[in-house]
Ligand binder design. Structure first.
Ligand code: FE2
Ligand code: FE2
Length: 265
């Protein structure tokens, strides 16, 4: 058995330094073996600092993906490069985009990828606009129409990675956890306590990832998949198939919290 602490959408850039330190110290004292972070830890100018602090204070394996806000005030390319370098220097940090199948126990594996709201769910014509296209360098150059082709590419990148690593994990492990930022199914997507509306879903769901997960888990009814995600800040659990469930985490800016403690066999 391994004891897991799941965190999401901590947005540490909205937290006073003393409060952030106290929160990280409280995590270090928790009787858990592994931490999982499903994105939006901070914003790009201080993301490396926040991850380094976390790595140094907690001193346990930390598996994470990046969320949309982690790229704010920089570019996807620069953040990815910096985080890749950081993980080479900090051996207890693992960015799931660059990891294959991580064994948590002889029965359970972890896989993951950032994911992205890719426009495959909901009503594209009425889709909300987000700060992403003002704050993330690569997204500032697109108009409303071409933005969705770029978001589609990002979603497809996540789906291709997940197809490879989940396919690999299913060969060996009975139980699999999957860490991602953006909910992969409309059914796992809430906003302010209600199912997210058609205008929210294009930006709140990674449909390409959802299609891959649905297909692979339909083909492997004897395996079990638990998806851990965030992004919408509104919590819930969705049972997509008898062997595929999604936990979506809740969050409030300025109030970092433990999302869930759980065991895996
Ligand atoms: Fe967030
Ligand atoms: Fe997000």
């Amino acid at each position: 058995m391994r004891r897991i602490c799941w965190l999401t959408d901590l947005h540490l850039n909205f937290v006073a330094p003393r409060q952030a330190s106290a929160f990280l110290d409280s995590l270090q004292q928790m009787p858990v073996d592994v931490l999982m972070v499903s994105g939006d830890l901070s914003e790009a100018p201080r993301l490396q600092l926040d991850l380094s602090e976390m790595s140094a204070r907690i001193r346990k394996p930390i598996y994470f993906v990046l969320g949309s806000h982690d790229y704010y005030r920089s570019s996807i390319a620069a953040v990815r490069w910096n985080i890749s370098q950081l993980c080479q220097r900090m051996p207890n940090l693992t960015w799931m985009n660059e990891a294959g199948v991580v064994e948590l126990s002889p029965e359970t594996a972890l896989v993951g990828h950032d994911g992205w709201g890719d426009g495959l769910a909901g009503n594209l014509e009425e889709a909300v606009q987000l700060q992403d296209e003002l704050q993330i360098e690569e997204l500032t150059t697109y108009d409303r129409h071409s933005l969705f082709s770029k978001l589609g590419e990002l979603g497809q990148e996540a789906a291709s990675h997940l197809e490879t690593v989940l396919g690999e994990a299913l060969k060996k492990y009975r139980n699999i956890c999957l860490l991602t930022h953006v909910p992969p199914f409309a059914e796992s997507c809430w906003y302010e306590g209600e199912p997210a509306g058609e205008h929210m879903l294009p930006r709140f769901t990674c449909g390409a990832a959802g299609r891959v997960l649905y297909r692979l888990m339909s083909e492997h009814p004897d395996r079990k998949l638990t998806v851990l995600c965030g992004h919408t800040h509104s919590p819930g659990e969705a049972i997509i198939l008898p062997n595929l469930r999604v936990w979506t985490g809740g969050a409030k800016y300025g109030q970092p919290q433990v999302q869930r403690l759980f065991w895996v066999p």
